[in-house]
Design a protein around this ligand. Structure first.
Ligand SMILES: [Fe+2]
Length: 382
């Protein structure tokens, strides 16, 4: 038995985001709090979205204080602004940071307290105000997940608000908005998306619905990430990446992630390594560790990444999934070693302790991971 959750509506296509005003109006919005990545405003991508809202008579309040790997306090500040202005709808425009802040803000506008009160699973008491997500990176899949992750500077760890009330009401996927993403951001957000798909597909919680989305995400990302990194204006590759990220997000929302994410979190919390870089770097080493748990599924990943079985044994062919991911990581120039990130080898012990505290992904990993295993994986990646 399994259940499968997905947001009620997804609009995909070039220029789709310009329909936001009409859709916000349909959902009863009169005062929108727009949580927008400041880079989107600088790139001039916000103007038409704002115009679409104001044209419908919707009052727009902008919060552009989001930052990469956002601190908890940022979402509390954003929610306070929304309360002060009486906002009745939230729009998140940007990468995971902006969308996660928007999602958390939506529930804080109807539930008392601060983000910290809701970190954990199913602690949110009632639905938030309607929320619309517009991703501008092809990475986090936050537009279709029920999670908002924040960094706690006191504990140097990351923690998520996880609740069905965090699901967006609607997402606009507009490839045009991703054209101006620099190559390195394209590369590491794309590796995050690939990690969602591979970890959800091989996780203990996968099911046949998840597998459909995950395998298609792996195929799309494998075929298009390098193209999108080398030619940012390739609108087809950008669109395929946005779909890959969306499908990876759907898989993630329904099956969770595994050890690569668990080991990546402390790298972000303690050493400020961007989430996608940590995931891309660790993914092949974690896959190597997990390979024996499900040779069939790793063979399917190899296939989805364009490998063909020409007389290999089952294990040899499954191993092709690891070499294919390693090659992609190198091709798109994501760092492949912890040492390249300036992390001292002496930090591995602390990172491993941190990773073991990320219990849900650790327990969802297809092969049991002990602290000694985590140390070994970090060492192999060093
Ligand atoms: Fe992720």
């Amino acid at each position: 038995m399994f259940d499968f959750k997905i947001i009620p509506e997804i609009v995909f296509g070039n220029g789709a985001s310009e329909k936001v005003g009409a859709e916000a109006r349909k959902r009863g919005g009169t005062k929108a709090l727009v949580v927008v990545d400041p880079g989107i405003i600088r790139a001039g991508l916000f103007d038409r979205i704002e115009e679409s809202l104001t044209k419908e008579g919707i009052e727009v309040t902008v919060f552009d204080g989001v930052e990469p790997e956002p601190q908890i306090e940022i979402a509390d500040q954003c929610a306070q602004l929304g309360r002060d202005k009486g906002c009745d709808l939230v729009v998140g425009i940007g990468g995971g940071s902006a969308m996660d802040t928007a999602k958390a803000t939506s529930i804080l506008l109807t539930n008392d307290g601060k983000v910290r009160d809701y970190q954990g699973l199913d602690l949110v008491k009632k639905p938030g105000v309607p929320k619309i997500m517009i991703p501008t990176t092809a990475g986090t899949g936050s537009e279709v997940t029920f999670t908002a992750v924040f960094t706690d500077k006191n504990t140097k760890s990351k923690a998520g608000v996880n609740s069905k009330y965090l699901f967006a009401d609607l997402a606009f996927l507009d490839p045009k908005l991703t054209l101006s993403l620099p190559p390195e951001v394209t590369a590491f957000t794309g590796m995050d998306a690939l990690t969602h798909a591979i970890e959800a597909y091989t996780s203990l919680s996968s099911n046949s619905f998840v597998d459909l989305f995950a395998l298609e995400a792996i195929r799309l990302i494998s075929d298009n990430l390098h193209k999108a990194v080398t030619d940012g204006q390739d609108i087809e590759a950008r669109g395929s990446m946005l779909k890959g990220s969306l499908f990876g997000g759907i898989a993630l929302a329904n099956a969770g992630v595994g050890a690569a994410h668990a080991l990546a979190y402390p790298m972000g919390g303690e050493h400020q390594v961007p989430h996608g870089i940590a995931n891309g770097l660790l993914l092949p080493y974690v896959m190597e560790f997990n390979l024996e748990s499900n040779i069939e599924k790793f063979s399917r990943i190899a296939e989805a990444m364009g490998e063909r079985n020409q007389g290999f044994s089952a294990l040899e062919f499954a191993e092709k999934s690891v070499s294919a991911v390693k090659k992609l990581v190198e091709d798109v120039k994501v760092p492949t070693r912890l040492r390249e990130l300036g992390i001292p080898e002496s930090a591995i012990e602390g990172l491993s302790s941190g990773a073991m505290k990320v219990t849900r992904p650790i327990e969802n990993n297809p092969r049991k991971v002990t602290k000694e295993d985590a140390i070994e994986i970090y060492k192999r990646a060093y």
